[in-house]
Write a protein that binds this ligand. Structure first.
Ligand code: CMC
Length: 428
């Protein structure tokens, strides 16, 4: 097989190296394209553009494969826990017993947030969306830890910032939730593991300690693992892009949180439940809504369906669908929207519109039903996605910095006016 690609422009042939990844993915290295030919590439939405070489996550959308650092997502979801997966993503290997104990203990010592941060919570309007609060609180961490602002400090200092962010995010997320309810905030407890501590701060009471159900702990671990990374998606690319200006980790992740919020990305989990509720209230006629999704004159899209990369099935959705059945069963919950979701999925999977466009349920289709069963309000769903995605964002930011990648700065094809003469306002 050739390791050279040729591009012919105006009769002249230019050669570019073909780079092959460890899983056999092929790319044409066009880094010298403009220098040699005077041309740039145009690829809206970066559908064919590799923005980096990464050793973190591999996914094959045609075959429905997802691996973190070489480990299949199915094995990690079944056998691992979220903290172990976070370590794997950030440091590259599964931890030894000693490494995970040290990691957990470093995190446990950093779970409190500065008391002054609670004043921000007091300042938000009562109906403020939790994602708006999350993004600003995470960015604000850089004001409490000014030593984190130098993104090029020592590896030890970088690691300290990473630990702080991992440790403080569950506290911030649960404080946002409690504040939304108007309930007193519950502080972290060192005796708990990462996920149990988060559940304690979220569902605990000040007066008595609630029992943390192992079924719920397992479900949360599974959900967080499935969301932990997804290579160069919109929010991870944002984190890398913002970080490439040597912006600190807190601010870069805050930008990633903003990118995640949109309903075409992580915000889809909230949008799915809202859609299922609307369909239920409308009488549950799934065919009507499938037809709406197919109608090009109707802006309605089937939320939780389709994916930029997966064109076969989303392996995360397979695991989540099963987890959803198991959890609802174990918790004895009968959620009518689950039936609507299943009917929609069944109908869509045999409909030529969805089949031809390879539109399958994605990770967000069933995750909201689980979050709801666990007792979370709808507007917290995307925040939970962010909690899961944090190790991925950190790993992407760290890789980009460690590899000393250049500042992200795409070019454009300008299609605006060329020269125009300025005209005084009274003559326009
Ligand atoms: N409902 C109806 N039609 C759809 C849908 C949908 N959910 N998704 C794509 N299509 C159609 C689209 O109209 C287009 O049709 P045509 O070729 O006739 O113009 C075709 O399928 C290709 O769609 P696209 O918008 O060009 O694909 P994309 O890769 O740019 O967008 C997507 C991917 C995920 C943004 C899109 O499928 C979508 O909007 N899905 C709903 C939102 C959603 O569930 N997002 C969560 C993604 S998974 C979580 C995450 O990691 O972010």
């Amino acid at each position: 097989m050739s390791d050279i690609a040729e591009i012919k422009i105006d009769g002249k042939v230019y050669e570019f190296p073909i780079i092959t990844g460890t899983e056999g993915e092929k790319s044409i290295d066009i880094s010298k394209l403009r220098e040699l030919t005077g041309h740039i590439t145009l690829d809206l939405g970066y559908k064919n553009t590799g923005s980096t070489k990464s050793a973190i996550t591999f996914l094959d959308g045609e075959k429905g494969i997802l691996k973190y650092r070489g480990y299949p997502i199915e094995q990690l979801a079944e056998k691992s826990n979220f903290l172990e997966v976070a370590y794997l993503l950030i440091y590259g290997d599964l931890p030894t017993e000693e490494q995970i104990v040290t990691f957990q203990s470093k995190i446990t010592k950093q779970t409190l947030i500065h008391e002054d941060m609670k004043k921000f919570l007091d300042g938000y309007p009562s109906r403020a969306h939790p994602m708006a609060q999350l993004a600003s609180l995470v960015c604000s961490l850089s004001s409490f830890y000014p030593e984190s602002i130098n993104a090029n400090s020592s590896p030890e200092a970088m690691d300290h910032t990473i630990i702080k962010l991992l440790a403080k995010l569950p506290t911030i997320v649960s404080f946002i939730y409690k504040k939304g309810l108007g309930h007193p905030l519950i502080y972290p407890k060192n005796k708990f593991d990462y996920v149990s501590n988060y559940l304690h701060m979220t569902f605990g009471q000040r007066t008595e300690e609630v029992e943390i159900d192992p079924v719920v702990v397992k479900a949360m671990n599974t959900l967080l693992i499935l969301h932990a990374d997804h290579e160069q998606n919109c929010s991870a690319s944002t984190v890398r892009m913002v970080g490439s200006s040597d912006c600190n980790l807190f601010a870069s992740v805050s930008a990633g949180i903003d990118a995640l919020w949109g309903p075409l990305h992580g915000g889809a989990n909230q949008a799915v439940i809202e859609m299922l509720e609307t369909i239920k209230e409308d009488g549950g006629d799934t065919e009507k809504w499938i037809n709406k999704a197919k109608d090009k004159n109707d802006p309605f899209r089937m939320m939780g369906f389709g994916h930029r990369v997966y064109k076969n099935f989303d392996p995360r959705a397979k695991i989540i669908k099963k987890a959803c059945d198991d959890i609802l069963d174990k918790l004895g919950i009968n959620d009518p929207v689950l039936e609507i979701a299943k009917k929609l999925e069944e109908a869509a999977l045999s409909d030529p519109y969805f089949v031809e466009r390879k539109l399958y349920p994605n990770v967000d289709f069933y995750s909201g039903i689980i979050y709801r069963a666990l007792g979370f309000p709808t507007d917290m769903f995307t925040v939970l996605f962010a909690l899961g995605r944090l190790p991925g964002w950190i790993a992407q930011w760290k890789e980009m910095h460690t590899n000393k990648e250049p500042i992200g700065r795409p070019r454009q094809v300008y299609v605006g006016h060329t020269n125009r003469e300025f005209v005084e306002i009274e003559q326009r």
